[in-house]
Each structure stands twice: as structure tokens, then as C-alpha cells.
Design a protein around this ligand. Structure first.
Ligand code: SAM
Length: 194
């Protein structure tokens, strides 16, 4: 990974730890992705040559940085959605400082509504890192948008296994998908579209 990107990731991750430690309400925390999970996303993008990458849940852009660094290497781009305008403004500046502005488009909006607007089979990698319990209400779009050979990844598969379980059930019911959980960071539930 690019040294400048890694330095920015370290900086934002440390700032997030300081910030989150002072916040009693979970929703006020930045809850950025663990570095090892970020490296896993980076590995995924490079492995499947993901050019069309969609992220739901920008927050301060830590996962965005991992995805965009890999996207730059494969000629791809990241489209990142969040409902929090202030968080996205922060992430936009962070991504600019990391030299990755050309590889990311930020859009303010609900992830479910956004996925419903995306064409069938247009996405190579979909990363879900928003409110876990909302994902089933977004069906069928999280899988519909994936191309053949595309991957869906959802964070918190191990840290919040009960909340992620309904998503897992939907994925496991779909015969077009191969589904597993990777024990990295807080756990990544991944599904590959055959
Ligand atoms: C766990 S944080 C994302 C962390 C981020 N991926 C990172 O690594 O820095 C969750 C984010 O999801 C956003 N969010 C919650 N519900 C959403 C929705 N329905 N659509 C889009 N974003 C949503 C929140 O505003 C919050 O910024």
C-alpha cells in the first residue's frame, strides 16, 4: 500500500479511538474499520480486480482509503454513501490529503435507496458498514447489483453476530452465492456471486 495512504489511515484511526472513547452513544462514535479488515478489503479489490466498488457507510473514510488505494491499482473507483454530511465532508478532506480524490465519489444518501438505483450486475465489490439491522430491508438490491464473480462484504460479522444473522440467512438462501465469514477485524461476512 501507498505510504502516504497508510500514514493518513494511522492518523484517522488514532483520532477515531480518541474521539470514540469520549462518546457514550454508539451512534456518536466514528466506528472506523479495523486495520486488518481494511487490508482484507484491499486484498479483495486486488484479487477480483474490482473496478466498480460501492461502500455503504463512509463515516470518516478509513475503509474508503483502503478501498481507494486498491482501486487506484486496478483502474477502479469507489462510490461511498453515508447519511451524515459532516462525516462525509471530513472523509472527503481525508481522501484528498491521501492523494486519492480521483478514485472516490461521495454521495449523501441512504444506502438502501442508493442500491435500488444501481443497475443489475454493475457492482464488483459491495461493502456494507452501516446499520446492520437495516440490510435485510434493502433486499434484493445488495445481491442484484453484483456482477457474476462479484463480492459482497459486511463488517461486524463476529462482533455483532446476532444483528448480522438475518443478512447471513438471506445470503445463505441464495443458490447463486457462496458465503463464508472471515475472522479478521470484527469479522467480515462475505458472499461471492457464482
Ligand atoms: C461503522 S460507521 C462506518 C465506518 C467506515 N466504513 C470507516 O471505516 O471509517 C457507520 C456509518 O454508516 C452510516 N449510516 C447509517 N445508516 C446509513 C444508511 N442507511 N445509509 C448510509 N449510511 C448509513 C452512519 O452515518 C455512519 O457514518
Amino acid at each position: 500500500m501507498d505510504e502516504t495512504v497508510l500514514a493518513v489511515i494511522d492518523e484517522v484511526t488514532a483520532a477515531a479511538a480518541r474521539h470514540d472513547a469520549t462518546q457514550a452513544d454508539r451512534l456518536d462514535r466514528w466506528r472506523v474499520l479495523e486495520p486488518e479488515a481494511g487490508r482484507f478489503l484491499w486484498f479483495l479489490v486486488r484479487s477480483i480486480q474490482a473496478k466498480s466498488i460501492v461502500e455503504i457507510g463512509t463515516s470518516r473514510g478509513v475503509s474508503t482509503l483502503f478501498l481507494a488505494d486498491a482501486a487506484r491499482a486496478v483502474g477502479g473507483r469507489v462510490l461511498s454513501f453515508d447519511v451524515d454530511a459532516a462525516a462525509q465532508d471530513d472523509a472527503r478532506e481525508t481522501v484528498r490529503r491521501a492523494g486519492l480524490a480521483d478514485y472516490v465519489e461521495f454521495r449523501l444518501g441512504d444506502g438502501g435507496a442508493a442500491l435500488a438505483e444501481i443497475g443489475t450486475g454493475e457492482v464488483d465489490l459491495l461493502f456494507l458498514d452501516a446499520e446492520r439491522t437495516e440490510y435485510p430491508s434493502w433486499w434484493p438490491h445488495p445481491v442484484r447489483v453484483l456482477r457474476q464473480g462479484g463480492v459482497l462484504a459486511a463488517d461486524n460479522a463476529l462482533s455483532h453476530a446476532e444483528e448480522i444473522a438475518p443478512l447471513g440467512e438471506l445470503l445463505h438462501q441464495d443458490p447463486e452465492l457462496v458465503v463464508t465469514t472471515i475472522a479478521v477485524g470484527k469479522g467480515e461476512l462475505v458472499a461471492l456471486r457464482r
